[in-house]
Design a protein around this ligand. Sequence first.
Ligand SMILES: [Zn+2]
Length: 75
Amino acid sequence: MIDGLAGIKSGKGTVVFVCSKCRVVPDNALGAQNKGELVYMLICSKCGAALAEWDTIEAREKELREFAKKVELLA
Ligand SMILES: [Zn+2]
């Protein structure tokens, strides 16, 4: 689940994911769901918003790959 991530183009043409509000690169973090299962999260280091959340690393890599193709790029 991705909510609040945007992209900027780096100098090399690759897409870097940032918080859509702060334009800050988020931190990887571990969170816990209600049942106590660990989830992988991206947390904005400035505003503290949870920008994305996945059950597994595999799900994270897959969704980020797809997301990179359609993400809104900030100027
Ligand atoms: Zn933010």
